[in-house]
Structures are given as C-alpha cells and as structure tokens.
Design a protein around this ligand. Structure first.
Ligand code: ZN
Length: 383
C-alpha cells in the first residue's frame, strides 16, 4: 500500500515513516481505527514501507521485490490473523481453524478493496450468519510460525486485523510475545473497538490513533478513485457520515454478490422460462430468511440504479461486467414497471417475514416479474 493511496491521516503517516526511517519501530503497536476508516490500509502501508528496499522520503518505491510482494499480499514474511469461522468449504475443528485457510480469499478481497468492513469480510468468506473470531487454532499457528526464521532474513510482520475479536487464549499468547519480543518481528494490532481489548494488552503496545474523516476528504478520495464528479462524490460522502468504508462500498458496489443472481433472474424472466424460474425459486428459498432479505434489498438498489440510468438518463460510473449488465438491462426498467417491481419485492419481503413458504413466495414473485419485464420492454419499444 502506497502512502499516497490513503486519504488524509497526514500526521499519522508522518509519524509512521519517521519511526521506520529512524529504526525505532516498536515491536507491538496498535492502530486505533475510527469506525469504517483506513486502519487496515495504514497497517499495510507501514508493513510495506518497513520492508521497502528503496524508500522514497516517506513513501514506498512500489517497484522493489518487497514492494511487489506486499502489493499483491504475497510477501512470505507478512502474516495476517483475521476473524474467521468455518464455512461450507473450510470444515475443520475450532482448534484447527486459522487464517491461512482463508489466505486466498483475503488476497482476492483486499487487493480489490482494502477499505473493507468486517461484515463485508464475513460475506466474502460466506460466514455472514456466524461471528468471526481469533482463537486457539490461531495460537498454534502463530507458535509454529514464530519458531521459524523469516524467509527473507529481514523483518517479519504479523497483522492482527480486528484484534478485539481475539479470545482469551490468543490474547495470552500475544501477551507472552510482547513480554519476550522476537527480534525483527513486529506485531500490528488493528482495531476499531480498542476498548474491547484486554487492558494488559493495551498497556504493552504503542498506540496510534486514526483521525476521523471529513466529508471533503472522503469526497476527494472518491473523486480520485472512482472518477466521480464533485457533486456525486459530496453526496456519497455526506451520506456515509464519516465512514470511508461505507462510502467506498457505495461508490463501487462491485462486490455485490447478488447482482449475478438478480441478473440471472431477470434473464429467465425475459425468456419467460417458467421451468428455470421454478429452479431459481427453489434455490433462493433454500437461503435463510435473513439472506433472502439481503437479496431483496440488493435487488431494490439495482432496480433503482437501472431506473436512474435508463429512464432518468443519469450517469453512474462503473466498469466491466457490471457496466454491461446495467447498460443492457436498464432500458427495461422505466416508469411503466419500476413501481411494480418495488411492490412485488416488498410484498415478497413481507411474506417471507411472516413465514409464508419461501418457495411459493419466490415462484409467485417470479411470475409477476415476467409480466413486469415485458411491460418495460413494451414501454421502451413504443417510446
Ligand atoms: Zn520498495
């Protein structure tokens, strides 16, 4: 992570680079992040700057072999400890659960967006119905890693993301490491709720406080990263109420896992394929009620976007498959059917909340959606 990629926090960034330049990096430090802030990117910047072979006055070079590995989150001497749980693919006993089992998900998710909320992380690894935690399996893993030398013979870094999710056992392990520090090993604890950490841990780490983001800082960042115009960026920033992660999510929305489900649903509706729609309804109804509600919320947002883009002719920046979908589909959402779509989805939510059989709810909603898609198509053709 380059220093220049992180908005604001100038004072904190200067402190970090000075500590590293002066070789005074503490062996245990805590980034006390503000909610939805940049504490993880700051930890990644510190790590990369510490390891960079060609530092550039406070920023990383971005080109040396350490930088290349850090930028792709593949540096063998950088370890991350994350709140996790078991999912459909990772089925191990709690005592064997450790973050490396999710290292690919971590790389994929964070290289796309380091401004990730804990909830988005849970969604990325499909544990959103559970709580993530840092536990016994992680202690074991940490012990065996510490017993080895660093791969490249230089510094090594352990980043404990959302450190307040650690259990007692891992906490004790941390304490022991803080008391008997390993040479050239830096522990970076990152937490948006540091008050939940054990006081004994807090007392042994050097603390760095992230500053709150102003609307202007968030807007500036969105304009640069998503090429938004000033008005739109200010609107998003204002709605995010200082939460940078929420603003980034809103601006990108690329990570919406439901877009594909929605797209398939609309394609089947367009083809009037009742057989496929039946299968789709079965699949949707196998989700928990909460998950079905998440899909409905997401679908409502997509419809709103389509309507604004197609009918109201408002430009929303996006790229790739997502852009293709909106370009192709938004003409079908217009004044003739947008209200109808919102109604059937809200009705579905209403029935699902009241324990009506979700299979019936979704099949019924699908049949209505066939009618609505074609109503929209007709309106576009005749306009
Ligand atoms: Zn470098």
């Amino acid at each position: 992570m380059r220093r220049s990629e992180i908005p604001g926090q100038e004072e904190l960034k200067a402190v970090i680079s000075r500590l590293i330049d002066d070789e005074r990096v503490p062996h245990a430090l805590l980034f006390q992040g503000v909610e939805g802030g940049a504490s993880l990117p700051l930890a990644l910047y510190l790590t990369q700057y510490l390891m960079c072979d060609n530092r550039q006055h406070g920023d990383v070079c971005g080109e040396c072999s350490s930088c290349l590995k850090n930028q792709t989150l593949t540096h063998p001497d950088v370890h991350v400890v994350l709140p996790i749980n078991t999912n459909k693919e990772v089925k191990v006993k709690t005592k064997d659960l450790h973050s490396d089992l999710y290292s690919e998900d971590w790389r994929d998710t964070i290289t796309k967006n380091p401004y990730l909320s804990l909830q988005q992380w849970y969604t990325a690894i499909a544990i959103e119905k559970k709580q993530g935690f840092i536990g016994a399996g992680e202690s074991k893993e940490l012990r065996s890693k510490l017993a080895l030398r660093s791969y490249e013979g230089k510094s090594r870094v352990f980043i404990i993301w959302h450190a307040d999710r650690m259990n007692q056992e891992f906490g004790n392990k941390m304490l022991k490491n803080f008391e008997e520090p390993n040479p050239n090993t830096v522990f970076i604890l990152v937490s948006e709720s540091p008050s939940k950490l054990l006081p004994t841990i807090i007392s042994r780490v050097q603390r760095f406080q992230e500053e709150y983001y102003s609307d202007a800082e968030i807007a500036g960042f969105l304009m640069e990263r998503f090429e938004l115009d000033k008005n739109e960026a200010m609107n998003l920033a204002f709605r995010a109420e200082g939460n940078l992660q929420a603003a980034v999510k809103e601006a990108s929305d690329a990570g919406d896992p439901w877009l594909e489900v929605f797209r398939d649903w609309m394609r089947m509706s367009y083809r009037r394929d009742l057989h496929e729609l039946y299968g789709w309804s079965e699949k949707m109804s196998a989700n928990t009620r909460e998950t079905q509600r998440v899909f409905i919320d997401s679908a409502l947002k997509v419809l709103d976007r389509c309507f604004r883009m197609g009918w109201l002719d408002i430009h929303i920046p996006m790229e790739g498959e997502e852009a293709d979908f909106y370009k192709n589909f938004s003409p079908f959402i217009n004044a003739s059917n947008v209200k109808g779509f919102m109604d059937i989805l809200e009705e579905a939510a209403f029935h699902i909340d009241r324990y009506v059989s979700p299979r019936i709810v979704w099949y019924d909603t699908s049949i209505k959606s066939v009618r609505l898609v074609h109503q929209g198509k007709k309106a576009t053709a005749s306009s």
